[in-house]
Design a protein around this ligand. Structure first.
Ligand code: ASP
Length: 453
């Protein structure tokens, strides 16, 4: 079994975190390939080294002296090396870098966060250091050269057997350093996993996986242990913070699962993301709930609209004219709604309504403002009749008015519109009834899923 273990910034922020990483890596011989981010925050007011290096660039650009800033960065590395008794001459190497920093490209400067972190980690784990500039190959337009990258990574696996690879950067064939977007260490991990046909991509961070609801809305929500890529996409679209798309598709395309784990609590199960999760009675009905406030719906009604060819298209083209992106289109026989983010139509809503009136001659148009959308996501919902009815019923019992309903095409989510002011309460009602106390709805003969952590 081949595993790629990627450790994020907080997992490598100090000597203490390095120790946790070593025991995690040592506890499983399959963890032969390690990717690290630059040392991140040790406490909430701390600085990530990447941010400090970006600040170095800003100082250079504006011709401001940055020697004390460089000293601070050096000290972070020196402290880790000293506490762990590492031999790597970090102070000397960092000073060599500092002495020529003015002549280096901004990308090169920023990439040193992961470069030095990986040097220290490589020695500490007793694994070879593999420079990402030699194996992660970018085209000149800044996109990844997957073919060359794959060839070089496979060759490195053959040659080294195991290694520590710095995340976040790579280089063009002529050696110019290029960066992925912020948080791009996750992308490096995914690319490595894909290129070497790993069986699992482990993403070690400071949370024990994805939560089934936003902890600012629901008190101690349960961790989702198993989720599909599609469910995750639905939840992240609605604001749940999850891995970025670029870190997902390299592994998703080839069917490699991603496991999210907590470096500070490695015994927790974390979350596993796969193309499809095993089905069974012990599966949760609802995987997660996410939502956002401040949408606006324009409802258009016209008798016999369903027989009028091109009606909806013409309506949508009016939104397009004002560069407004459409979130949802709930439809009825003789009516439909167009849901957009309120901010997007702040200046154009009157003109849009005007154009809709003039061009479509509808019987009525009504605008519902201050709408919150809640997405209730669960791959098992489609297999169990009556789920949406129960959700609507529960909200009705609590006196929460549902202003809009739509369902995703693969039937893995129900999207509800409620008034902004009912947002938190609605999420809590759904969470309490269908996630926390799901026994009540699983029905006879079903076993409830494993509880949270
Ligand atoms: N160090 C980079 C950042 O802070 C990349 C990463 O952490 O994944 O954005």
């Amino acid at each position: 079994m081949i595993k790629v273990a990627k450790f994020g910034g907080s997992s490598v922020a100090s000597a203490e975190q390095f120790r946790k990483v070593r025991s995690i890596v040592a506890s499983d011989p399959d963890r032969a390939f390690v990717v690290v981010s630059a040392a991140g925050k040790r406490f909430s007011a701390d600085n990530k080294l990447t941010d400090l290096l970006l600040l170095v660039n800003a100082h250079i650009e504006y011709h401001v002296d940055c020697s004390s800033l460089l000293k601070d960065i050096e000290e972070r590395f020196v402290q880790i090396a000293r506490e762990l008794g590492l031999k790597y001459p970090i102070a000397q190497k960092f000073e060599e870098f500092s002495s020529v920093v003015q002549s280096l490209s901004p990308e090169y400067v920023v990439s040193r966060g992961e470069w030095f972190t990986a040097q220290l980690m490589a020695e500490y784990l007793g694994k070879p250091f593999l420079d990402a500039a030699d194996v992660i190959v970018f085209h000149h337009d800044g996109t990844l050269d997957l073919e060359r990258t794959q060839m070089r990574l496979r060759e490195a696996v053959q040659r080294l057997g195991s290694f520590v690879l710095p995340g976040f950067y790579g280089a063009t064939v002529d050696g110019t350093i290029r960066l992925f977007q912020r948080g791009g260490g996750d992308i490096t991990g995914a690319i490595l996993a894909r290129c070497i046909d790993a069986n699992l991509y482990e993403n070690w961070t400071d949370v024990s996986g994805f939560l089934s609801a936003d902890p600012r809305v629901v008190k101690s929500p349960r961790t989702i242990h198993r989720i599909t890529f599609d469910e995750m996409r639905e939840l992240s679209y609605m604001g749940a913070s999850v891995l970025q798309e670029e870190a997902i598709f390299p592994v998703r395309e080839v069917g490699i699962p991603i496991q999210i784990k907590n470096t500070n609590q490695p015994e927790k199960r974390g979350t596993i993301i796969r193309e499809s999760a095993e089905e069974g009675a012990s599966e949760h009905l609802i995987t997660g709930i996410a939502g956002k406030k401040d949408f606006l719906a324009v409802h258009v009604q016209k008798a016999h609209m369903s027989t009028e060819v091109g009606f909806v298209r013409r309506a949508l083209s009016i939104f397009e004219r004002y560069y407004v992106s459409v979130e949802h289109i709930p439809t009825g026989v003789d009516s439909f709604g167009v849901v957009v983010s309120s901010a997007d139509v702040k200046d154009s809503i009157y003109s849009i309504v005007n154009d809709l009136r003039g061009e479509l001659k509808p019987d009525s148009i009504n605008v519902v403002d201050k709408l919150a959308l809640i997405s209730v996501v669960g791959r098992n919902m489609s297999r169990r009749a009556g789920t949406s009815g129960r959700v609507f019923g529960a909200l009705g019992e609590e006196g929460i008015n549902i202003r809009m309903i739509t369902q995703s095409s693969q039937e893995i989510s129900i999207i509800l519109g409620v008034n902004n002011e009912d947002f938190e309460r609605a999420i809590n009602v759904i969470y309490d009834r269908f996630v926390e106390n799901e026994m009540a709805i699983l029905g006879e003969g079903a076993t409830p899923g494993q509880g949270g952590e």
